[in-house]
Design a protein around this ligand. Structure first.
Ligand SMILES: Cc1cc2nc3c(=O)[nH]c(=O)nc-3n(C[C@H](O)[C@H](O)[C@H](O)COP(=O)(O)O)c2cc1C
Length: 143
């Protein structure tokens, strides 16, 4: 199993904390992990992997962050058919619309979203969410 990439964009650290909890789960399963900001990797590099995790909080009005994440995901859409992807992100006041739209985009592009509806949490992840993300990391390591 090659290194699992856990890639994120985060303005105030909540989605970053989620990424780190996934990475802890990957490591606890004995696999190698690369946790990085989205600016540190290209869509081609990410899509070279069969399994990866990608995180972004709700921004704009129930959108992905528009400067970096939206163009990255648009490019990724043409490259993810058959890939197993975990999606995650934090939100503030919405109802998770941004994540539902994102899951639809990735499944529409032929990817399998391995954590169902994506893993979301309001602001900072609490202990329950951290445990859920640890388990998600273990699952990614087993795929
Ligand atoms: C410019 C901006 C736009 C936002 N838009 C939404 C939104 O549409 N829906 C929502 O639920 N939360 C929204 N939020 C709240 C963030 O998603 C929330 O604070 C989240 O925890 C930030 O994650 P981060 O710490 O990883 O940056 C917005 C926050 C900012 C700063």
């Amino acid at each position: 199993m090659s290194k699992i990439n856990v890639v994120y964009w985060s303005m105030t650290g909540n989605t970053k904390a989620m990424a780190e909890a996934i990475a802890d789960g990957v490591k606890s399963a004995g696999a190698e992990v690369n946790v990085c900001e989205i600016s540190a990797i290209t869509p081609d590099e990410l899509a070279a992997n069969e399994v990866f995790a990608l995180g972004c909080p709700a921004m704009g009005a129930e959108n992905l962050e528009e400067g970096e994440v939206e163009p990255f995901v648009t490019e990724l859409e043409g490259k993810v058919s058959g890939k197993k992807i975990a999606l995650f992100g934090s939100y503030g006041w919405g109802d998770g619309t941004w994540m539902r739209d994102w899951v639809d985009r990735m499944t529409g592009a032929g990817a399998e979203v391995v954590n169902g509806e994506g893993t979301i949490c309001e602001e900072a992840p609490d202990d329950t969410t951290i445990k859920e993300l640890n388990e998600l990391g273990k699952k990614l390591a087993s795929l």
